[in-house]
Design a protein around this ligand. Structure first.
Ligand code: NAD
Length: 352
């Protein structure tokens, strides 16, 4: 996705930029008493209310927080559109203050802010915010898609990643199973563990790594996985490299090390820069765009929010196979990297 690196010098810059990127609206809330500075960016409501997490981290300045909100909101529009959800894209950014005397009152005030938008934006947990914070927000508004009462989304995200891997295998090898396939998984936390389980059940051979040795041991014992050190995972000769830990893992340092045919994993923002998508394409590595393959969690969350069943959510997640297959086929036909094709399809859905 085109990076947003513009410096916003004044209010006119913000208007110019949001118009260029076809944003819907941008909201600010300031509560001096509580030290609350929050931004809600609504990129698109074309398919339904905008939905995206609430990030609660420190920022060097307000500019960078606004840019983060805009970038993440647009990303959610693309993700929700590609998953075929009846939701648009939005994001909240709360600038984490050095001091927060009353966390409950702080998140209550944020909940009121969300509520004032009347359902144009639905919030959820994201980096820095907790399920307990979401419960507090939910005491002030109904527009919350993740609370402590909801189930862990990781198995659903892992199901989507499994589907993406199967689509990639079908596209490259015209194969419908994972027998004799070797998958190297970076990070066997919540999603990586379930993914390892699903792939093991389908007959895949696994190599895993994690900074957490307990997580590694569990995969070795339960699925017969081999283990490597974290810095060795990139160079494991394998069919599929599945990043399920960190962003920006396809970069100038790792690219020459990769010995895989497919990259398909749950991690967000896997390409360090947009040019790395082209580099993978040139190297003949099929890349499953992260925001499509990792949409299982958001699909499940929105289906639950709409009181639909797990079966209906699973059906939608299973369909990510078709979505990715189409992206792979278009990439081959147009001889363009898969991430560019995905962005073009999402942009056309949102703006044509
Ligand atoms: P997690 O924190 O449970 O798992 C990440 C694992 O990676 C942890 O076990 C951690 O120890 C390990 N790790 C950290 N640094 C590492 C390194 N340098 N090398 C190897 N392992 C390392 O997180 P998760 O919920 O499983 O999510 C994994 C990724 O998928 C994240 O990037 C997340 O943003 C993305 N994602 C998750 C979901 C979801 O439903 N949980 C949905 C969409 C995207």
């Amino acid at each position: 996705m085109q990076q947003i690196d513009k410096k916003l010098n004044n209010i006119d810059d913000i208007f110019e930029f949001t118009a260029h990127e076809k944003f819907s609206d941008l909201h600010f809330k300031w509560n001096e008493e509580l030290n609350l500075k929050a931004i809600i960016a609504i990129h698109s409501t074309k398919f339904g209310p905008s939905l995206g997490g609430c990030r609660f981290i420190e920022y060097p300045n307000t500019d960078s927080a606004v840019i983060d909100a805009l970038r993440l909101a647009r990303g959610m529009s693309y993700k929700n559109a590609m998953a075929g959800l009846n939701y648009g894209g939005g994001k909240a950014v709360i600038i984490k203050p050095r001091e927060m005397p009353d966390r409950v009152a702080f998140f209550e005030a944020f909940g009121e802010f969300v509520n004032e938008l009347g359902g144009r934006y639905i919030t959820a947990k994201d980096s820095g915010s907790t399920l307990e914070d979401m419960d507090v927000i939910a005491s002030k508004t109904n527009y919350v898609a993740s609370t402590s009462a909801m189930v862990d989304p990781s198995p659903f995200t892992a199901l989507g990643v499994k589907q993406g891997i199967l689509a990639a295998i079908e596209h490259l090898y015209q194969k419908k199973d994972l027998e004799d396939m070797h998958v190297a998984i970076q990070g066997v936390g919540y999603v990586g563990y379930y993914l390892a389980k699903y792939l093991h059940e389908l007959g895949a051979r696994l190599t895993v790594c994690d900074i957490d040795q307990t997580a590694v041991r569990r995969c070795v014992e339960e699925f017969g996985a081999s283990q490597v050190a974290t810095n060795e995972i990139y160079s494991v000769p394998c069919d599929i490299f599945s990043p399920c830990a960190l962003g920006a893992i396809v970069n100038d340092e790792t690219l020459p090390l990769l010995h895989c045919k497919i990259i398909a994993g749950a991690a967000n923002n896997q390409l360090a820069q947009i040019r790395h998508g082209q580099a993978l394409f040139d190297k003949g590595i099929l890349y499953a765009p992260d925001y499509i393959i990792n949409a299982g969690g958001v699909i499940h969350a929105t289906y639950k929010y709409d009181n639909r069943s797990d079966e209906q959510a699973n059906e939608k997640i299973i369909n990510l196979y078709e979505v990715l297959l189409h992206v792979f086929e278009q990439s081959k036909k147009e001889q363009k990297p898969t991430d560019i094709i995905a962005d073009e399809i999402a942009y056309a859905k949102l703006h044509n």
